[in-house]
Design a protein around this ligand. Sequence first.
Ligand SMILES: [Zn+2]
Length: 439
Amino acid sequence: MFAHPPLLVAHFIRARWRAAYLRGDALARYQERRARRIVAYASARAPFYRAHWAGHDLARWRELPTVDKELMMRHFETFNTRGVPREAAMAVALQAEQSRDFQSAVSGLTVGLSAVTSGHRGLFLASPEEQAGWAGTILARTLHGFQGRLRVAFFLRSNSNLYERIGGLLIQFRYFDLMLPHAEAVAALNTFQPHIVVGPPSLLGFLAESRARGALRIAPTRLVSVAEVLEPQDRQRLEAIFAVPVHQIYQCTEGLLAVSCARGALHMQEDLVVLQCEPLPGGDDDRVTPIVSDLWRRTQPILRYRLNDVLRLDAAPCPCGSGFRVVHTIEGRCDDVCYFNDLAGGRRPFYPDTIRRMVLLASPDIADYQAVQERAGQLRVHLEALDGAPFDVVAGAVRASVMATVARYDCRAPEVVVERGLAPIAPGAKRRRVRRLSE
Ligand SMILES: [Zn+2]
């Protein structure tokens, strides 16, 4: 049973209210008030932040020195306000991951461990009150309208002890481990008959295949994509096969950042987090990378945290009436921006979405792809052609498209290798179709 049902309900109601009424100056004042309070708290209780901000005016919190995952992990014990050592939290998190039993806690706090992408894995602590707040808020933001009893299937790498607890009479949650063999997942879904299926797009894609084959027999009213980049071609295919909208939750262990509204627009959760969006270095377009300040978290304050994602924002307000800004696309990670050498001797950034387009627009016969850059000026493309399509023709078209796109940006001819078949993805790892290996 959930530890704080009244707290959950209170957060649910308050989150609904804020989404409906906070906009413009009122939203700015709200953010300012909460940010000042949380900055003062972090400065008093987290020795790392106190030292990191020494000599700065805390009232000008939008200009305080930034932090990132590397700094957070290096100073973990003084970065959190409960003095939990990194080793103790990591031991609990790894043990939970191996046993697939996510009930364990350290000092009464739930521990989360971010997925393997590159470099450090992030460790996150949450108190029972923070969990209740999170649960109430995410329900308020993701349940649009109300259609009676709801069954929700969650596919997650780990459930970190959160989702199972928020079920109740009207909403039934079932957690599915992403490591579950696909055939078992299909059988369990056929029995459960969910109204909403939440999972990474790679998993939803597999479910779409099963449904197209007739093995999966469910009729959800909505799919929700989490944890990985939802590319437009994936979205189209999912919407075509299931004949329902695909919404998104942009959440990472650093916080709940954006959620799709009933109209399908991905709204930043501006009453929960402040996203300061900076232009990308060397970029000459509307792509930005966010610096996150969480307005609520006290156990492990996330303030002026560089997120390392590439986003495009939508300038137009959403017809749903929400005053929260809209994220047009989440393209991927800054680490996955690829570089090609320009004619003037410099390097030019090519964003993950540009790489995706140069591959996919080359031929209608591509079933799936991965692009890996091992060094600047080079690209290795793994391709899966549709059944019956001649691979050599598809591969030739992809090579020509990459060469032509790179040339159009005044760059030297790249070294392009096209390989048949996708590279295997480690179990439980996130799918990243465009990847740059660090040099
Ligand atoms: Zn909207």
